[in-house]
Design a protein around this ligand. Structure first.
Ligand code: ATP
Length: 236
C-alpha cells in the first residue's frame, strides 16, 4: 500500500494486548491520526510467550482477528503480524525495541518517521522494557494521557542524559505537525508528545469481565468485534 506513497512517510505503531481491541484504543488512534496525519497506522497485537502466560489472555489468532476486523472501516489502519512469529502463532517472545527496528528498516527512505503510540500508564512502565533508552532514541512517541497522570510524571521517566536541545535535523514543520500536542520531552533525535483528552474509561479488563458474566459489551467494541466475540464465545 505504501509503495505508491509519496515520501517521506509517517507511520504510527500502536501495540497492545488488544484482548480485545476496544473503543478506547480506536479513539486514541483516530485522535492521533487527526493530529499527526499518518500515512499508515500499524496495530500490533503483542505475542504471548509461553513463560508469560496470563490466565485471561486470548490466543494470538483471536486477538489478531479482532484487530483486523476493527481496522476494516479505516483505510489506513493496518493489522500487523509483526509479532506473530515465523509460525504465526504469536507465542515467540518479541520486544518493542526489535519491532521498531523492523519498521525502521522497512521504512527507511530519507525523512520517513515512525511514531510509537502508547498509553500514559504503559509509558510509566517503560524503564522495565528491553533497551528502553535505545527505544526512546529510535522513534517519536505519542503518549495518550490517562486520568490522574501528570506531564511531569511522564517526563521523569526519561533519563536526563537522553534529553537534547533543539535539533536542526528535525523537519521545520515539526511543531506545526504536532498541532497543539504538548511536548513531554525533546530528545536528541526524537520527540515525545502528549495526546490530551482522548482517554476513555473503557478497558479490555472491563470488557472481558462483562462478557464473562454474559453482560452486553455493545458500544465498547466495534460491531464486527462484538459479533466475533459472541460467535467465538470468547471470555465466557
Ligand atoms: P487491559 O485492561 O487488559 O490491561 P487495556 O484496555 O489497557 O487492557 P491494552 O491492549 O493493554 O488495553 O492497551 C494497549 C495500549 O492502549 C496501552 O498503551 C494502553 O495504555 C492504551 N489504552 C488502553 N485503553 C485505553 C483507553 N481507554 N484510553 C487510552 N489509552 C488506552
Amino acid at each position: 500500500r505504501t509503495s505508491g506513497k509519496q515520501h517521506p512517510r509517517r507511520i504510527a505503531l500502536f501495540g497492545g494486548s488488544f484482548d480485545p481491541i476496544h473503543s478506547g484504543h480506536l479513539a486514541v488512534a483516530r485522535a492521533a491520526d487527526r493530529r499527526f496525519n499518518f500515512d499508515e497506522m500499524q496495530f500490533i497485537p503483542a505475542s504471548r510467550p509461553p513463560h508469560k502466560l496470563k490466565q485471561h489472555l486470548a490466543p494470538f489468532p483471536h486477538r489478531f482477528a479482532m484487530v483486523a476486523l476493527a481496522c476494516t472501516e479505516h483505510p489506513h489502519f493496518v493489522p500487523s503480524l509483526a509479532e506473530a512469529g515465523e509460525d504465526f502463532s504469536g507465542t515467540q517472545l518479541h520486544y518493542s525495541v526489535d519491532t521498531v527496528r523492523y519498521f525502521r528498516h522497512a521504512y527507511n527512505e530519507p525523512g520517513d518517521r515512525i511514531f510509537f503510540i502508547i498509553g500514559a500508564d504503559a509509558f510509566l512502565d517503560i524503564p522495565m522494557w528491553k533497551e528502553y533508552e535505545t527505544l526512546l532514541r529510535l522513534c517519536d512517541f505519542i503518549i495518550a494521557n490517562r486520568p490522574g497522570i501528570r506531564l511531569e510524571a511522564l517526563r521523569l521517566v526519561i533519563p536526563p542524559h537522553l534529553h537534547g536541545g533543539p535539533d536542526a535535523k528535525r523537519g521545520k514543520d515539526e511543531d506545526a505537525v504536532a498541532h497543539g500536542s504538548p511536548v513531554v520531552a525533546r530528545l536528541q533525535k526524537t520527540t515525545v508528545y502528549l495526546l490530551e483528552n482522548v482517554s476513555s474509561e473503557v478497558s479490555a479488563t472491563e470488557i472481558r469481565r462483562r462478557a464473562s458474566r454474559g453482560q452486553s459489551i455493545h458500544g465498547m467494541v466495534s460491531a464486527r468485534v462484538e459479533e466475533y466475540i459472541l460467535k467465538q464465545e470468547l471470555y465466557r
